[in-house]
Design a protein around this ligand. Structure first.
Ligand code: NAD
Length: 331
């Protein structure tokens, strides 16, 4: 039996899903259920490392002597020390596109929830307050609004497709301009980031957390936004400076924000953003559906199976020139 070491926390129902997807001939071992001593024993024997959001650094990588590669169940690789993985000749792979639908749908959900003040309406209606008219002057529709995207990769474009169906005009900034075919399909206009911030009624973020994107949205960027604009962050915490966002929301320099991802996760319950009526909070659930989970796990285990059958891994996100399992290979 080949051993796959799974690093994240689980619970019974979730474990069942993981085990259902595990191909025959593989033994899935749950890191979180092992004692310290068992971890020391199992790590050098693991054939594959499987991880969602747990931090994977030098300490683990240096001991995983037998592992052929690291498979992430998701897209953002910021929890894996990629240079350390390169040093150990370990390819680190993700599941591109497999979670795009979940995050794209959450993007639309958050925009509509902000525009129609759903959390407030739900709370007040259940409390017996019939706000049939009161919120109309400050509630909006997506139709006719300009939706600006920062990051126009798999998730950004899937969210744009859905936003366009609601009648928005799509503008975007990405480090790399997308194809003219995709631009035409989405009627998307490529603009510098400053212009996207200035012109949008809705801004959503779909970029990875990298040294260059850390703190990208701060006071200056928030001040470029319209005072009736809403900001959606479903990418990574740390891209938006939370202190600057708090000030902008309190001073009504922007109308609202929805954060699925946070500088510190789980969020500190004392985080002042949680006190604001014009902020919607969710606990990193962009990819949090059964449907997305099935797709992501399918892709992840297929990749493991493929390598086990002697092929190269797909979706390698670190520049491993010579994988440890095949010295002649350039990935
Ligand atoms: P992707 O690689 O398909 O797209 C990312 C895009 O960002 C690319 O087009 C890239 O060119 C662009 N980009 C990179 N650096 C940039 C920069 N400095 N400035 C502007 N653009 C830049 O990835 P994706 O599948 O669209 O995912 C995007 C991000 O969403 C992931 O990196 C991840 O952090 C986040 N994510 C969040 C959740 C969630 O649960 N909330 C789930 C999945 C992914």
């Amino acid at each position: 039996m080949k051993k796959i070491l799974y690093f994240d926390d689980t619970f019974d129902e979730f474990k069942d899903i993981l085990l259902t997807h595990t191909p025959t001939g593989f033994d899935l071992i749950f890191w979180e259920e092992l004692t310290e001593q068992e971890r020391e024993e199992q790590l050098p024997k693991a054939d594959y490392l499987l991880v969602a959001t747990k931090k994977i650094g030098e300490e683990i990588l240096s001991k995983a002597k037998k592992a052929k590669f690291i498979q992430k169940t998701g897209v953002g690789m910021d929890n894996i020390d990629l240079p350390a993985a390169v040093h150990h000749k370990l390819p680190a792979c993700n599941t591109p596109g497999a979670n795009s639908t979940g995050v794209a749908e959450l993007t639309i959900l958050l925009i509509l929830a902000l525009y129609r003040k759903l959390p407030l309406i739900n709370k007040e209606t259940k409390n017996g307050n019939w706000l049939m008219w009161e919120l109309r002057p400050s509630s909006y529709e997506m139709e006719g609004k300009t939706h600006g995207f920062i990051g126009f990769g798999n998730i950004g474009r899937e969210a744009a497709k859905r936003s366009k169906a609601f009648g928005t005009n799509i503008i975007y900034y990405d480090k790399f301009r997308t194809t003219s075919e995709q631009e035409q399909q989405l009627e998307a206009k490529y603009l510098p980031m400053e212009e996207v911030l200035q012109k949008s009624d809705i801004i959503s973020l779909h970029i990875p957390l990298l040294p260059e994107t850390k703190g990208l949205i701060g006071e200056t960027e928030l001040n470029l936004m319209k005072d009736n604009a809403v900001l959606i962050n479903v990418s990574r915490g740390g891209i938006v400076q939370e202190g600057a966002l708090y000030d902008a929301l309190v001073e009504h320099r922007i109308a609202g924000a929805a954060l699925d991802v946070w500088e510190n996760e789980p969020i500190n319950p004392e985080n002042p953003l949680l006190t604001l009526e014009n902020l919607i909070a969710s606990p990193h659930i962009g990819a949090g559906t059964r449907d997305t989970l099935n797709r992501v796990l399918h892709t992840a285990f297929q990749n493991i199976k493929r390598v086990d059958e002697g092929e190269l891994p797909q979706f390698v996100m670190n520049n491993v020139k010579k994988a440890r399992f095949d010295e002649s290979t350039v990935i």
